[in-house]
Design a protein around this ligand. Structure first.
Ligand code: NAP
Length: 239
């Protein structure tokens, strides 16, 4: 397959790019870090250095890609709100990193996917979007937007035969979560995350969520009335 992975210079995206390359696929690995890209190029992956927040730069780069069978959009970032300071500049940064960058990537890869075999567009959201979580006013909202964008795109692209999957991971050990200063239940490795995502993609799943024991609990809690969830979330925030 011809595969493109954004956010391939670190964490989940990097592991996916390496695993698909090791399985014999032709992989485009995208990111900003020149050192990380050089290391991937040494291992035989095609690389592209671009800032996905820059629409013009991104679309110009993507225009050079001929044909794609699978695009995995993993680039993103996480910042938390620390009340009492509600920082709208932080909200804007997170929206740019997770929503605008994703939109630029989707616009960029669609023409190449439309020429691909059994094309598949995969976006990495987060299980944080299942529930209102303490400090996730910006991150959770951005990932809820990602989920909505992918779910609606799936409807629109079905007629063209482009499949769309939404990935909702729990906690995965990466540089992004290494910054977290709170306990992360059911934390998994990037190798485990890559395996779960690749398995879900191969099975053509619309929603890929893992680890199940964590995401199933989140889904169950999301069914509770918000009046029941609120005291639990406040207790979580205090601890
Ligand atoms: N780790 C988790 O527990 C977890 C859980 C749920 C969802 N997620 C989501 O999974 C995705 C990957 O997260 P991760 O944990 O693997 O994070 P990570 O290790 O910090 O990797 C983030 C990647 O995104 C790239 N990126 C960020 N902004 C970019 C931009 N403007 N232009 C181009 N590339 C950009 C980074 O590139 P450079 O480093 O080269 O700048 C890096 O390759 C994110 O969307 C995250 O929200 C992660």
């Amino acid at each position: 397959m011809n595969i493109l992975v954004t956010g391939a210079t670190s964490g989940i995206g990097r592991q996916l790019a390496l695993d698909y390359h090791a399985a014999g696929h032709s992989v485009w690995a995208l990111g900003r870090s020149a050192d990380a890209l050089a290391e991937l190029a040494q291992q035989g992956l095609h690389t592209g250095q671009l800032d996905l927040e820059d629409r013009e730069e991104s679309l110009a780069w993507f225009a050079g890609i001929e044909k794609l069978d699978l695009a995995i959009l993993s680039a993103g970032n996480c910042e938390y709100i620390d009340l009492p300071a509600f920082d709208s500049a932080l909200v804007a940064r997170v929206m740019r990193a997770n929503v605008e960058s994703l939109a630029h990537s989707i616009e960029g890869v669609l023409p190449a996917l439309r020429k691909g075999n059994n094309p598949h567009l995969v976006g990495i959201g987060s299980s944080a979007a299942y529930l209102p979580l303490p400090r996730a006013e910006a991150y959770g909202a951005s990932k809820a937007a990602v989920a909505y964008m992918l779910d609606t795109l799936r409807i629109g692209l079905a007629a063209e035969g482009v499949r769309v999957s939404h990935v909702a991971p729990g906690f995965v050990k990466t540089p992004l979560t290494d910054r977290n200063d709170f306990p992360m239940p059911c934390l998994v490795t990037v190798e485990q995350a890559s395996r779960a995502i690749r398995k879900g993609i191969a099975a053509g799943k619309m929603e890929i969520h893992f680890p199940r024991r964590f995401t199933a609990t989140m889904k169950l809690l999301s069914l509770l009335p918000r009046s029941v969830w609120l005291p639990l979330a406040r207790k979580m925030a205090k601890s």
